[in-house]
Design a protein around this ligand. Sequence first.
Ligand SMILES: [Zn+2]
Length: 486
Amino acid sequence: MRRGRFPFGRRPRSATVSPVGVRKSVAALTAVGLLASACTSPVGLPIPVPDSAKYGADGIGDPYFPRYGNGGYDVSHYDLKMRYAPDTDQLAGQVVITATATTPLRRFNLDFTGLPISRAVVNGSPAQARQEGAELVVTPANELTGAFTVEIDYAGVPKPINSILGDGGWLHTDDGAIALGQPESASSWFPVNDHPLDKATYDLAITVPEGKAALSNGVPEGSTTADGWTTWSWAERTPMAPYLTTVVIGDYRITSGSHKNLPILTAVAASMPEGGPADAAMARTGEVADFLETQFGPYPFQSYGGIAVADTRIGYALETQSRPVYGPSFFRGADSTWVVAHELAHQWFGDSVSIGGWQHIWLNEGFATYAEWLWEEHTGNRPVQSQFDEVYRTMDWSIPTGDPGPANIFSGAVYRRGSLAVHALRLEVGDDAFFTILKTWTAERRNNTAVTADFIALAERVSGRSLRPFFDAWLFRTTQPPVPNP
Ligand SMILES: [Zn+2]
């Protein structure tokens, strides 16, 4: 994600975090473990495991956002079909989720905010599904072990989610809708295990009135029209974190073709001036991706793209997988490619290599901000060292990059201080080791998740140096660290 050019004076509104929720999740996990290891009584009679021990947790265990995601299963695929009528704002959806129970389950949760459910089926049999706040609690007819499928039909008027980032979730616009947001948004338009720890592949088919575009992630699979409605199909066959899903419906100028033998599809809101800054920036998507490939390693996905939206509530750009979405504020200046560099850098840092918890978000934003610096040097605007020197001089060191707290995951401590840490590592280990670290990271962790300790371990392995004190100073202390002497 990237806010407008100077976003860091604004303090993000605080996140709602319940420490009680953390304790609850941990307690649930502990109970399962205890019961599993104590299943006979002192006189040798089997003690039945109570159903409550087989209730999937209502959070995946993220200390920053305890209710995000859910426990007890792992999703491999979402097959999502939706029909949206912009004039009434009515969304009707059907999702088929393919998952594997990681523990025997009598009940499990999905994240879903408020659309009425008309049908829930698990493994072909009707199941109970009831809404509890932002959770959908599903009770299948039979206990689940191993692979299972969930089908849920739902319909209603979807709602926005006001997250730390601002307006997100499902936003009804003048010409259609935009579904977008971080750290959560997907749960406003489909039932989902909404945490980057549970990445999955997706098929999306979105039906809209003929004449409207319905854009999403991944490979474009064409559209078909019948009875005044057009269905647009998209396939993301590389695992994707739920917050990286998007749907953009409305009037768009679409440019499609191929780039390096992969499909490329960009779109600009029809209300934005034709041939203006948004069109110019989107047209350079392939060029920016190719530059980043020289820095970070092979492009990780099967499709390229970008979507420039006109709705001013989108005051940010977001790295939605293979097709980032850019808010209108980025296209006021002559050259907006720096934000394209930021969002495309996330395709490696954040999308392909996803964070194992929101505390580690500097692994996304520090590198995406550094990509802006690399791009601006590449285009002759400004050397990286000059960016580093200025930010280093003016940095507020009071928030630790490696553990900024849930209210600060989009703060300058994560973006700019994170980028300082990245460049300081380069000064510390030298260019050869530095770029080997980046390319090894994106190769070894591709389609996976990782945390800060994994990055530190890799940097030490590649450089052959002990870097704990270095990372401690740049990521976790609250005082200005000394600049390494290359
Ligand atoms: Zn970002």
